[in-house]
Design a protein around this ligand. Sequence first.
Ligand SMILES: Nc1ncnc2c1ncn2[C@@H]1O[C@H](COP(=O)(O)OP(=O)(O)O)[C@@H](O)[C@H]1O
Ligand SMILES: [Mg+2]
Length: 483
Amino acid sequence: MSEHKADKGKGIWALPVFRAFAPPVETPPEEREKSSSEIVPWDLPGTPLRTKASKAARGFYAPAGVGAPTTTRQAEILNTALIGPPTGTKGVVNGRDVLSRTSISHDPVTAYNSSPREVSSPNTVVMGDVGAGKSSFVKTVCVLRPLLLQNRRAVIFDKKDQAGEGEYSNVVRRYGYEPIRFTADGTGTRLNLMDPMIARGTGVKGQARLLNIITRLGRGDQSLNEWEEEALRAALLMTLNRFEGGRTPVLADVLPNLGVVDPERYESLSPDARDKLHQAGLSVRWTLNGLLDEYAGLLDGETSSEVDLTGKLTSFDISQLPDDGPAVPVVMAIGNMWMLGRLRNERGWATTVVYEEGWHMIGGPSAQLIKSNQKLSRGLGISNVFVMHKGTDIPRDSPGITIVQEAQSIYTFRQGRPEDAQWAQETFGFAPETAQTIEKLRDGYYIFKYGSHPETHVQHIRSQWEIDVTNTDEALAAAAGRE
Ligand SMILES: Nc1ncnc2c1ncn2[C@@H]1O[C@H](COP(=O)(O)OP(=O)(O)O)[C@@H](O)[C@H]1O
Ligand SMILES: [Mg+2]
């Protein structure tokens, strides 16, 4: 302000009366990133009202600042499908509305806890092709930015390998934590299927359900029949009774009890039925035996001490586990159940749990776990973020579909295949023409929808610091000598 005044007082405009009529002094446009889509108002010719060119030349008219081309609400008319209502400023900045250029703010936890509720579920789905910008988005908008809010924490199941470790390792280390590494060769972290923390969260029932799902995963998603379920339940109870007051039981302690038919419990059974139960128990035993054998270092023994959620940021680095086979979904399932028990003691915190390659949780039998624990997990302040490539693989009538449909914060990145884009449009209730937009979205652009609001086309914008921390091709860049 004071600088302007000093400039104004030049020539005749410095004289007492003239001073009041001095033309405005042009302020140099700020140094800003020149982008072809950005409109810089003071470079534009001005409004037609500036009828006298000579006056205009002398700067008698104020600069015709056009500002943003429109507000979100006005732009709704331009393309009703892609302009949602303005989001307000609650939560964290998600990006910029492509048409109105206003900022979009949203945070599933804030929206879920506001009154009245803006969303009925804190769960989030992020969908899109490889390389469309999902992880960069999740790292910033779902992990880093909400950590600035009070009592917030994030847990990540980090699946993508980047130079020998998970792609979130960088992010986690910046916060001063070490990723929890899992390997299939016995050198990494262990998770105990029988950890008492699991029963603390969901009871013995939950523990039985987890054992059931793990067996199912070990068999390539073939479900257990009722005989096998009964045998598994009986073996679990037998193990828990035996170890009550003693050391923590582990999976290897359950195995010998599978196939044992308790004479008292099954007194009324015919010899044939007992034999059938015995055989059912054995068939479960062979499956679990196979799992233990294959992933010895992962599942045998008590949960490693580094598995803890004391910090604000925790990553379960599962990037070194084999892609095929049940290791990844097994760790996700046990980790999920373990967390439900662990968070029981810590009310008042909200935890964002990110499942990169969320398909392992949603597309397979583990979806059942998420679904049955949904109420508990909301009560504990958990907001799940499922990151997926496409939805077309999720069986139509599976619990996984229900989870996706119930999620209330949807971020759809580019899906190049028309059938995938179509799937997203139908499942999330986007306008019909949005399917085409989804096929052509650029990296870092997405269709955002929350609650029952119509969708918006948004550009995700990262600060330089965020780009440095989150870029996945950093390793490649370093190798190419660009760093
Ligand atoms: N907001 C953005 N703006 C511009 N480019 C981006 C943006 N987000 C991501 N990208 C580019 O896309 C690349 C892949 O992003 P990534 O998040 O790893 O995709 P995905 O997880 O969907 O496979 C990044 O390395 C980056 O170069
Ligand atoms: Mg990714």
